[in-house]
Design a protein around this ligand. Structure first.
Ligand code: T68
Length: 872
C-alpha cells in the first residue's frame, strides 16, 4: 500500500471528486476555455495563437498529469527495478504535437460529429483536437508553430536522450530522465553576411506549460570547503566530513513523457539552481547588503546556459559545477526514493540501474560512493561493489579532443572530498591491475585515472567511468569495436571483453515518421492495412512494403508524398530567404534535393560536400564555355539543390569558416545566370529539431560522409532513410549496419575504410603527395578568390588544412570517390526514376531495426536487467 496522510474516512470525498481526463472534442473545448479564462486570465476577446497554444497545452497536460500520477502510483506499488538515465542534454524539440500523437484517452476518442460507426477506436487524439480547434476558430498547425523548441542539447547525444525517454515510456519501463533546466538552450543561429552569429535562446520567455515546478523540493548542494577527519588521522577510506564552502539549492522541474499507445507517462526531471535562503548576516551587518545579495544571485548562474560544444571539451569551472550540481541532486533524489523502501543497501543494484550518457555524469559514481561511505557509513569495499553494480556507461566518441579530463587542482578545490575518493578508487584499481599484470609500470600509468604526463595532472573521466561501471557500451557496431581496440584497449585486457558491449542507436518513429511525415505514415498504414498504426511499435511490419517496391501505382503514390514534402521544405526555405524562391516551383519535381544537416565539424566533412558543389559548378561552366549546349550539360549534371544546415560551436574557427564558404558559394552559384538554375545552394539558418521535422522528409539524398572511424553512430542517417531518402555515405558509424539492413544496392557508399585511416594520416605527415586534380581545381578557384572577390585569402585556412597541415580528415583521399559516387547518384535519379523509387521503398521497408524501442529493449535486457510495468 502507498502511504498517505489523508485519513481513511476522507477517501470517499476524494474519490467522488476524482479529476477526469477530457475524452471528447466537447470536453476538450470546455477544458480549453477554462484554461483561457482561469490559467491565462484571458477570454474570447483576447485569445491569440500564443494563448491558444498555451491553453491547448495546459489542457493536454491535464490529461497527461492524470496518467503521470497513476503511473507513479503503479510503480510505487509494484516496486520494480527502476532505471535512471542521466544526461546533461535532452534535445526535446516541441512537446504538443508529440503529446497529441502519443496521448491516450480513457475511452475511444470521439471526433466532432463522430457516430458509433465512424469512431476510430483507440487511435490518437490529434485529429479530434484539430477539428475541435477549428471550431474554436484556430488552426492546429499555427498553434503548434507557437511552441518554442526545448533545445537543451547540442546534437546527436542530446537528441538520442530525447528519443530514449520516448521509447522508455512507450515500452512501459519505470524509467526517469535526469538533466538540467538550462534557462538558455543551444544558441539561435543567425546568418549575417554569410557568417554565423549566435543569439541567446531564452526559451522560457512565455512560461513553459510542459513543466511542473516542484518548489517544495529543495536539495542543498555544496561546493568548495574542506574535509575534516577529526584529530586522530583517520584514513580517507573512513567516513569523513566534507564541510562545504558554498551552498546552492537544486529545485526540480518535471516534464511528463507520454508513451505511445499506453497510459504510461514517465518523468523527465530537470534541476534548476536557486540561492539558499541562508543569508550572510556578517556581510549584511557590515553594511554590505548589495554584495550579499549578489553572491546569492550567482547561484542561479549554474543552470543558466548549456555549453554549446559538440564533440569537444571546454574545461570551464562552471561546467564542472553544473555536472556536480546535477549529479548530486539526482543521486539525492534516487537515494531518498530507495530509502523509502527500507531495503538493505546491498539490494541497491537490484532496485536501481543508472545509465550515464557519456562521461558528463561520471561524478555521480563518486557521489554515490561518498553517500554510502561518508553518510551511510558503509564499508568502502561494500559500497564500491554497490556502486559498480549500479552504473553503466555509454561512450559516444573516440576523438581525443572530446574526452573529458579535469585538472586535479580545479577538482580538488571545487570538490575536495570527491578528489580523495577518486584517488582511493584509482589506488584500489591500480592494485588489482598490478596483481594481474605484475611489474607492467607502463600499463599502470596508461590506465591510471590520474594522467601524470601532461603539464597539469588531470582526472581522466572516461577511465573513471569504466572503472565505476559494470558495462560500457558504444553506439554502433563499428564504434563499439573501435573503442575496444583503440582508446579503451588496455581496459579490455584488464576486465576482459565482456564488460564492453554494443547497443546500436535508434530513433523514435513516432516523432521521426508519424509526426514529421504524416503523409508517408498514412500511405504506410493504408498499404500494410494497419489503421491503428501498430507498425510504429513493431517496425518489422514495414517489411510488408517490400512487395510494392516495383509496383508502379504504389511508386507513384510514394513519389507524390516525397513531392509534397519537398514542396513543404521549399516553402520553408522561401520563408527563411525573405520570401524569395531558391527553386522554382515547377522545377521541384525534377530537382534532386541533396541535404546535409548536422553540427558543423571538420570530421563530418561539410567542407568536402561544398568542395564537391564547387567542382560541379566549375565543371558545368567549363562544359558550357567549351561550347556544350545546356541540354548536354543537363545530361551530365541534372538539376540539383544542395542544402546545408547546422550550428558551429561559437569558438570553432574552422567550422565557422566552412559556414561562410557555403554561403559564399551559394552567393555566386545562385546568381550565375549562365548555369540557368541547374544548381542551387542554400544554407538553412538555425537548424533545430522542429526544422529537422520538415527537412528530413524532403530529402532525395542525404550526406553522412564523415572520415571513417570518426562518427560514432550518427542518427540522422536513420531518420533520413526512415523517410524514404537515400544516403551517400562513408563506411562509418551506423551507416555500416544501415547497409546491412537495407541492402548495399540501396545506399551509395564510398571512401577509405577506418582500418586504413592511420596509415593514410601517416602518409600525409611524411610525404606530401599533393591533392588529386579534381580537388586542385576547386582549391585553386578558392585561392583565386572565386568565392571571396574582396579577400582572396579568406578561405586559405581551409586550403591549408588539406595542403599543408596533414589533411587530418582525409578529404584529398576520399574526394575523387566522392565525386564519382555523386555522378552515379545523378544517373540513377534522373535516368531511372523507377529504380530510385524501388531503392527508396526497400530502404523504408527494412529500416525497422533502428527504432529506439529496439535499442531500449537491448539496454533493458543486457545492461539494466529491468522489466516493463504495464498498465492494467
Ligand atoms: C554524438 N555525440 C556522436 N556529442 O557524434 C554521434 N559532446 O555519432 C552519435 O550518433 C550521437 O552522439 C549519439 O550517440 C554528440 O552529440 C555531443 O553533443 C557532446 C556534447 C558535449 C560534450 C561532448
Amino acid at each position: 500500500a502507498i502511504e498517505t496522510t489523508i485519513p481513511a474516512q476522507s477517501r470517499e470525498i476524494w474519490n467522488k471528486h476524482k479529476v477526469q481526463k477530457f475524452n471528447t472534442a466537447d470536453e476538450f473545448q470546455e477544458r480549453f476555455i477554462s484554461h483561457v479564462e482561469w490559467t491565462l486570465a484571458r477570454s474570447l476577446y483576447n485569445c491569440d495563437d500564443l494563448a491558444a497554444y498555451q491553453a491547448t497545452s495546459q489542457s493536454v497536460r491535464d490529461n497527461l498529469v492524470i496518467d503521470w500520477n497513476k503511473t507513479q502510483q503503479r510503480q510505487t506499488a509494484r516496486d520494480p527495478k527502476r532505471v535512471y538515465y542521466l544526461s546533461l542534454e535532452f534535445l526535446m524539440g516541441r512537446a504538443l504535437d508529440n503529446a497529441l500523437i502519443n496521448m491516450r484517452t480513457d475511452t475511444d476518442v470521439r471526433d466532432v460529429g463522430d457516430t458509433d460507426e465512424t469512431l476510430t477506436k483507440g487511435n490518437t487524439s490529434r485529429e479530434m483536437i484539430k477539428n475541435a480547434m477549428n471550431e474554436l476558430g484556430f488552426k492546429l498547425e499555427d498553434i503548434l508553430d507557437e511552441e518554442p523548441d526545448a533545445a537543451l542539447g547540442n546534437g546527436g547525444l542530446g537528441r538520442l536522450a530525447a528519443c530514449f525517454v520516448d521509447s522508455m515510456a512507450t515500452g512501459n519501463y519505470p524509467a526517469w530522465g535526469y538533466g538540467l533546466r538550462y534557462q538558455y538552450g543551444i544558441f539561435a543561429q543567425k546568418i549575417i553576411n554569410g557568417y554565423q552569429v549566435e543569439t541567446p535562446d531564452y526559451w522560457l520567455n512565455f512560461t513553459n506549460p510542459w513543466e511542473i515546478e516542484r518548489a517544495e523540493i529543495q536539495v542543498p548542494i555544496n561546493f568548495y570547503g574542506y574535509v575534516d577527519r577529526g584529530q586522530n588521522e583517520k584514513s580517507t577510506l573512513e567516513p569523513s566530513d566534507w564541510i562545504g564552502g558554498e551552498r546552492v539549492l537544486a529545485v526540480p522541474y518535471d516534464m511528463p513523457i507520454p508513451g505511445f499507445k499506453t497510459s504510461t507517462v514517465n518523468n523527465l526531471r530537470l534541476w534548476s539552481a536557486k540561492p539558499t535562503t541562508e543569508f550572510d548576516f556578517k556581510k549584511f551587518n557590515n553594511g554590505d547588503y548589495k554584495n550579499s545579495v549578489e553572491e546569492q544571485q550567482r547561484a542561479e548562474s549554474i543552470t543558466a546556459v548549456l555549453y554549446p560544444n559538440d564533440n569537444f571539451l571546454q574545461g570551464k569551472e562552471l561546467r564542472l559545477k553544473q555536472q556536480y550540481f546535477w549529479c548530486a541532486a539526482s543521486l539525492h533524489d534516487i537515494v531518498r526514493r530507495f530509502k523509502k523502501g527500507k531495503r538493505a543497501w546491498s539490494e541497491f543494484p537490484d532496485a536501481i540501474a543508472i545509465q550515464i550518457n557519456d562521461t558528463h555524469p561520471t561524478l555521480a559514481i563518486v557521489e554515490l560512493q561518498r553517500i554510502l561511505v561518508d553518510l551511510e557509513k558503509l564499508d568502502w569495499h561494500e559500497a564500491w561493489k554497490i556502486v559498480t553494480s549500479t552504473f553503466a556507461f555509454t561512450n559516444h566518441t573516440v576523438m581525443q579532443e572530446a574526452l573529458e579530463k579535469w585538472p586535479i587542482s580545479l577538482l580538488g578545490r571545487l570538490l575536495p572530498r570527491h578528489l580523495e575518493i577518486i584517488y582511493d578508487i584509482n589506488w584500489f584499481f591500480l592494485q588489482d591491475v598490478e596483481k594481474k599484470f605484475p611489474h607492467d609500470m607502463d600499463l599502470l600509468s596508461r590506465v591510471s585515472v590520474i594522467e601524470e604526463s601532461s603539464q597539469e595532472r588531470q582526472v581522466r573521466m572516461a577511465y573513471l567511468a569504466i572503472i565505476g561501471s559494470h558495462k560500457v557500451n558504444g553506439v554502433a557496431e563499428l564504434h563499439s569495436d573501435l573503442i575496444k581496440t583503440t582508446i579503451f584497449k588496455d581496459f579490455v585486457k584488464i576486465y576482459g571483453s565482456n564488460k564492453f558491449t554494443n547497443v546500436t542507436n535508434g530513433i523514435t518513429p513516432r516523432r521521426w515518421l508519424k509526426q514529421a511525415n504524416p503523409k508517408l505514415a498514412q500511405l504506410i498504414s493504408e498499404t500494410i492495412n494497419d489503421p491503428e498504426d501498430n507498425y510504429l511499435l513493431d517496425m518489422s511490419k514495414l517489411t510488408q512494403l517490400s512487395k510494392y517496391a516495383e509496383d508502379e501505382k504504389f511508386q507513384k503514390k510514394w513519389n507524390d508524398v516525397k513531392q509534397f514534402n519537398k514542396q513543404r521544405l521549399a516553402d520553408l526555405i522561401k520563408k527563411l530567404n525573405n520570401g524569395v524562391d531558391i527553386i522554382e516551383r515547377d522545377h521541384i519535381r525534377n530537382t534532386l534535393f541533396d541535404i546535409q544537416v548536422k553540427r558543423i565539424h571538420e570530421y563530418k566533412r561539410q567542407q568536402m560536400n561544398i568542395f564537391g558543389v564547387i567542382h560541379r559548378y566549375l565543371t558545368m561552366k567549363e562544359l558550357l564555355q567549351s561550347g556544350a549546349s545546356i541540354e548536354e550539360v543537363v545530361k551530365k549534371y541534372p538539376r540539383k539543390v544542395s542544402i546545408f544546415g547546422g550550428k558551429s560551436a561559437p569558438g570553432y574557427y574552422m567550422a565557422k569558416l566552412i559556414i561562410k564558404l557555403i554561403n559564399s558559394v551559394a552567393d555566386v552559384v545562385n546568381n550565375d545566370k549562365e548555369i540557368q538554375d541547374l544548381l542551387k545552394v542554400y544554407f538553412i539558418p538555425d537548424y533545430n529539431v522542429s526544422k529537422a521535422e520538415i527537412i528530413t522528409p524532403a530529402s532525395d539524398l542525404s550526406e553522412h560522409i564523415s572520415t571513417a572511424g570518426t562518427e560514432a553512430s550518427g542518427t540522422s542517417n536513420m531518420k533520413f532513410v526512415m523517410n524514404g531518402g537515400l544516403i551517400i555515405g562513408t563506411v562509418d558509424g551506423a551507416n555500416v549496419e544501415i547497409t546491412r539492413e537495407i541492402g548495399e544496392d540501396n545506399i551509395f557508399l564510398f571512401g577509405n575504410l577506418a582500418e586504413n585511416v592511420d596509415e593514410l594520416r601517416y602518409k600525409h605527415q611524411f610525404h606530401n603527395e599533393g591533392v588529386p586534380a579534381s580537388l586542385a581545381k576547386v582549391l585553386d578557384a578558392m585561392q583565386n578568390g572565386a568565392f571571396s572577390p574582396q579577400n582572396h585569402s579568406e578561405f586559405m585556412p581551409l586550403i591549408d588544412s588539406i595542403k599543408s597541415h596533414g589533411d587530418y580528415y582525409l578529404v584529398s583521399d576520399d574526394f575523387e570517390a566522392y565525386i564519382s559516387t555523386q555522378e552515379l547518384v545523378d544517373q540513377v535519379y534522373h535516368k531511372d526514376k523507377k529504380e530510385w523509387l524501388k531503392k527508396s521503398i526497400l530502404s523504408v521497408a527494412n529500416i525497422g531495426f533502428f527504432s529506439s524501442d529496439r535499442c531500449i529493449e537491448e539496454y533493458a535486457d543486457t545492461i539494466w536487467n529491468a522489466e516493463p510495468v504495464k498498465p492494467e
